[in-house]
Design a protein around this ligand. Structure first.
Ligand code: AMP
Length: 146
């Protein structure tokens, strides 16, 4: 039996169910918006984490942030994508979890966000906790009690 199957839902930690950093698409803070939009469109995600060059978490960036930034009076000014960097647009006001937080704490934080970033005490990025990962565990728990 795997560790995840043995543990009760209430015993699981964020670290048990998060997507680890090497599998998470991200952008760096000094990337131009053109690169960020490319990563977002190609990955199909609506938002992704923003890291600095030492892999510390700084915030997130979403397609809507980018489109809002380049929205002119009459049209989207796509030529501005290469002049603006991620730092000027990122959301810094985001919730953050640590790997040792309980999954129930994670459950609270994904109520208002499709995913929440996970970082260590020094701010180094560890991964993300998604609604999908939480729902899978909740479903498993419900079916195991039937
Ligand atoms: P999901 O719960 O799988 O639908 O994911 C919710 C959101 O989490 C997505 O829209 C993305 O913003 C983010 N996300 C999920 N998986 C990844 C990943 N591997 N890399 C970057 N962002 C992700």
């Amino acid at each position: 039996m795997s560790m995840l199957q043995e543990k009760q839902l209430t015993d699981l930690t964020v670290g048990d169910v998060m997507i680890s950093s090497e599998k998470v698409a991200h952008v760096q803070v000094n990337n131009p918006l053109e690169h960020a939009l490319l990563v977002l469109v190609k990955s199909g995600y609506s938002a992704i984490p923003v890291l600095d060059s030492s892999y510390k978490l700084l915030g997130t960036i979403a397609k809507t942030n980018i489109l809002n930034q380049i929205l002119g009076l009459e049209r989207f000014e796509f030529e501005r994508l290469s002049d603006i960097i991620v730092e000027e647009v990122l959301n810094e006001d985001i919730p953050c979890l640590t790997k040792s937080d309980s999954l129930l704490k994670g459950l609270h934080s994904v109520i208002n966000h499709p995913f929440v970033c996970v970082a260590d005490e020094e701010g180094y990025f560890d991964g993300i906790l998604t609604r999908r990962a939480i729902l899978k565990q909740v479903k498993k728990d419900i079916y195991s009690k039937k």
